[in-house]
Design a protein around this ligand. Structure first.
Ligand code: SF4
Ligand code: SF4
Length: 94
């Protein structure tokens, strides 16, 4: 059986908070896109999977983490204070 690639993306929300998004777990239900109060999330044109359309607007409220039935979102509280909170915003990790 071929192994499936796990694709993640992250938003550095503040110097002590990060939102990690496991894009490849998304089942395209659209709940998070409806609920995000800052219009950070959108749907990819073909697959309708979640994508980041405005990562700079994310305030780390955590609604996406609470609402996604497939555990796509994780808010991480960081122990280390990063010097530039926006430096890694929207970075794709594979
Ligand atoms: S943490 Fe809040 S603002 Fe950021 S993507 Fe999730 S629901 Fe939207
Ligand atoms: S709530 Fe989860 S499964 Fe549904 S579209 Fe958003 S990320 Fe995908």
């Amino acid at each position: 059986m071929a192994s499936k690639e796990i694709v993640k993306q992250e938003i550095q929300v503040s110097s002590k908070k990060r939102l990690v998004i496991t894009l490849s777990w998304c089942k395209s239900c659209g709940i998070c896109m409806e609920l995000c109060p800052r219009e950070v999330l959108g749907a990819e044109e073909v697959t309708k999977r979640v994508i980041l359309v405005a990562p700079e607007k994310c305030n780390g409220c955590g609604l996406c983490e609470l609402s996604c039935p497939d555990y796509v979102f994780t808010i991480q509280e960081l122990e280390e204070i990063l010097p530039d909170a926006r430096l890694r915003q929207g970075k794709v990790i594979q």
